[in-house]
Every structure is written in C-alpha cells, then in structure tokens.
Design a protein around this ligand. Structure first.
Ligand code: FE2
Ligand code: FE2
Length: 359
C-alpha cells in the first residue's frame, strides 16, 4: 500500500501538494545575494567561458515541445493504470515539477539581485532551462486537469535561507542526482519500451543533459574556490550528501509501484542512482558516502520505516498522535545521526574538472 498521505484528485489538491512542506517534499530556497556577488571564478576562466558557450549554444532549445504522438500515447496508456499507480505517477509529476520550479525561482532571484556578470549570466541560462522543464511537466499535469499555478506557488510556498556555500553543495548534488535519476529511468525504458507508460519519459535523455551541465557549473564554482572543499566544510559536505540521499530514498520508497511499473525496484533504483552520483562527485567532493556499508543500508531502511510511522501518527491525530509523532521524530534524528557518523570514503579529486554525461 502506498504511503502517500493525501490523494490528488483535483487541481486544488495538486496545488496544495506542491505548496506543502514536509521532511521529504522539495523546498524553495533563497540566499545572500551580496555574498553571491563576491564569488570569483577567475581561477578557472577558460573552463568557465567554455561552459557558458555551451549554454549559449542552447542545444535543447527545441526539445521541450510535444510531438504528434504524445497525446495519442497518453490516451492509450493512462487508462490502463490502476488508480493507485495513477496516484503515484501524479505525485511523481507534482514533486518533479516543484523541484524544477524551485531551481527556476532560485536561479531567477539570484540573476535579478546580483551584479557579478559571471554569476548573472550563468543564472540567466539555468533559469531558462528550469523554466522549460517545469513548463513541460505542467503540460502533462494539465492533461489530467491538475495544472499547478506557478505564480501562486511562488508567492505562497515557504522559502528556506541558505548561505551561498550551502546552495552550492545542495544544488550541485540535486542537479547531479537529478541527472542520475532521469538517465537511469531513460535507459531502463529504452531497454523495455513496453514499460514506458507515459510519453514524458522519452524526453528524459536530452533533458537530463541540462541537469548535468547545471551541476558542472556549481562544480566549477567550487573548484575555483577550493576553501569550500576543505577543513570543516567537509563536515557540511557529508551532511548535504546524507540529507540529499536520505530524502530521495524515503521519497522514492513511498512510490514503490511507480518503479515496479518501469521494471525497477525502488531500492535497486536508488542504489544505482547513488552509485552513479558517487562517481560523478569525484570531480568536486573529496569524500563520498559508503553506500555499500551494511549499517548505511540498514539506516536508510530504518529512516523509511520511521517516516511511515510518523505519517501514521499524524493521521491518527489527537494527543496520542502528537506524542507518537514526537517519538518518531526523535527516532528519525537518532537514525540520521548514526548514519552521519558512519565512516566515509576518501577520494582524490579528478584532475580534469569537467565531466561528460556518459551514462
Ligand atoms: Fe531541470
Ligand atoms: Fe537543473
């Protein structure tokens, strides 16, 4: 049984779901624009300029348009899905849209509020890409009359403040993990076209190259400022690695049917994505999580159980429900803490900073 707490039946439900803040739902961010203005990438000028040329070339400018088969495929496949499966897919679309739009807003706000020409130009290009991504998902939600009002979402959702270095760690990771997620799904459905239950997955290959490049941009910023990758900052990097991996694990395990329908298992899918992300992060992080450590695996399983118990307590309501929620929150914190203090794997940074999306 799915653990989604609320089903999405109407556009109002979909909009509520997007605005909602929970432990695992995608968030909106804001930052210190003056500090962002002081970021200097001149140590890697040649690499930086080459990357901006790629953005300018805009090889995906015509990609986010539907083809003539799109509507036909939706009409053919969607009625075959069970109501539970349809629900998980819609939840997937809403949370993907929220995280695409989260990037769009953050990059746009930075663009508007900085004068540093390097950062301003980069943010302009990334906001352009994310707005295409969000708009493309929203079209698919509108097919079910579940379109999200993006203007309203921008006004009403809560924003989390992060200083620039935390934005770099978190956003680098979410771009790269976004790439790994989309390409893993794309390759799976390329091998098993009969399992492609919605045409949107056909767009994932070129789409995830955008995410890969966004990640490259943050990698260059961090490598140009190597103090961000040393000393006490290593503890922050470990924190963000774990937070991003754990959130993804818990969120994906609330949608088991979605992965099964693609012929994947949530746990295997997540570890394939972790493995790929660990490989990619060698370009920038001197440490990686030891994803094969049995205590790591057991800890993630436990976090998912805690999150389910937390949701059950919330649904129960009343004083007992509140007490149980508090207890599960403590257990969650304890489990996260234990995971945090597991040994990590040290890795030398790659000499060539830029990587190709070769998976
Ligand atoms: Fe995106
Ligand atoms: Fe992105």
């Amino acid at each position: 049984m799915s653990t989604l707490t609320a089903t999405i039946e109407t556009a109002e439900d979909a909009n509520k779901k997007a605005v909602q803040d929970s432990m695992v739902s995608p968030r909106f961010y804001t930052t210190d624009f003056n500090a962002m203005d002081r970021i200097d990438v001149s140590a890697l000028r040649a690499e930086w300029d080459a990357m901006l040329l790629e953005y300018e070339g805009d090889n995906n400018h015509d990609h986010f348009q539907r083809d003539e088969r799109f509507a036909e495929e939706v009409a053919q496949t969607m009625p075959k899905l069970s109501p539970e499966m349809r629900q998980e897919f819609i939840d997937f679309l809403v949370s993907s849209l929220t995280s695409e739009f989260s990037g769009c807003i953050l990059y746009n706000e930075i663009r508007k509020n900085v004068t540093n020409p390097d950062i301003k130009q980069l943010m302009t290009y990334m906001a352009r890409d994310e707005s295409r991504h969000a708009g493309f998902i929203n079209q698919s939600l509108r097919d079910f009359n579940l379109g999200i009002d993006l203007g309203d979402l921008k006004r009403t959702k809560a924003y989390t403040f992060f200083k620039p270095k935390f934005i770099f760690y978190a956003t680098y990771l979410s771009e790269k993990i976004g790439y790994a997620r989309y390409i893993t799904i794309y390759r799976q459905l390329e091998r098993n076209p009969d399992k492609r239950f919605h045409p949107i997955f056909r767009w994932f290959e070129r789409w995830c190259n955008d995410e890969f490049r966004h990640g490259e941009s943050f990698a260059l910023i961090m490598r140009a400022n190597p103090h961000l990758l040393r000393g006490l900052n290593l503890y922050w990097i470990r924190f963000f690695l774990l937070a991003v991996y754990a959130t993804m694990y818990v969120r994906d395990h609330t949608r088991p049917m979605l992965h099964e329908a693609m012929g994947l298992h949530s746990t295997e899918y997540d570890y394939a994505v972790f493995r790929m992300t660990n490989e990619i992060t060698k370009q920038v992080f001197p440490v990686a999580l030891d994803i094969d450590h049995p205590a790591f695996r057991a800890g993630l399983t436990q976090l998912f159980e805690v999150s389910q118990a937390f949701d059950a307590a919330r649904q129960r309501g009343g004083v007992v429900g509140k007490v149980l929620q508090g207890w599960q929150a403590l257990r969650g914190l304890y489990t996260f803490g234990r995971l945090y203090f597991l040994p990590v794997v040290s890795q030398p940074l790659t000499s060539e900073i830029r990587m190709q999306p070769a998976w």
